[in-house]
Design a protein around this ligand. Sequence first.
Ligand SMILES: [Zn+2]
Length: 250
Amino acid sequence: MYLVAHPNGYVLFDCGLPVAHLVGQSEMTIGEDTYVIEADSSSSVDAFLTAFYLTAADILAVVVSHLHFDHAGGLSALAGVPTLIQEVELSAARERPDENPLWSRPGGDFSDLQIVPLTGDHDVFGDGSVVALATPGHTPGHQCLFVRLGSGEHFVLGGDLVYYPEEFRTRRVPAIAWSREQSLASIARVSQLLDSSGARLLLSHDPDYLSEVRLAPGDFYGTVDSKGSAASARRLQSAKPSYRQGGTNG
Ligand SMILES: [Zn+2]
């Protein structure tokens, strides 16, 4: 879970485990293997927001990297928040719910959410500071989030583009991949972006993560750079109500 602070609103990237897995120990069966998940309510999206004195009502939008249970499980707590997901990801989870045991909602029912389907890259505020990047491969509609901070630092929030930095460095496709070919293309795309922008890639399952990054609310990387043209500022103003009112329920 990441909180991105832009002058015009807060954006969440991913929202963690579903409530059913926030009970101490629980199990997840994938194929013939059963995994033990250890997590409690301190890992909920509600607890995460409370740490910032926020509630779901304060969030402008949530960008979901993909619909696996450990990234999209918290959506039930964000039912009123515009939820930006790639259209192909929704289609796969709805039409082929049994194809992937990791889908956050095995029945493919997202009707309680305020879904904003995306087709490809999407500039959230219209000023280039927070941009969803279509990076399919791990799942059909996986996406990363590019973030440009006012400090000059750039980040790519990677979701499950890869699990570990070593996989990224050696261009190796992680064990779970819907399409190896598309995974490799997405890894190459993000690699080029890191080279050209100087961005840092932040992953979701890197075991060294906790010791290598600044963790909010005690420490953080700063707020988004919202500097842009007057035209992009106007686009930003018009974008906000459309997220809040124009989402397609699904
Ligand atoms: Zn995943």
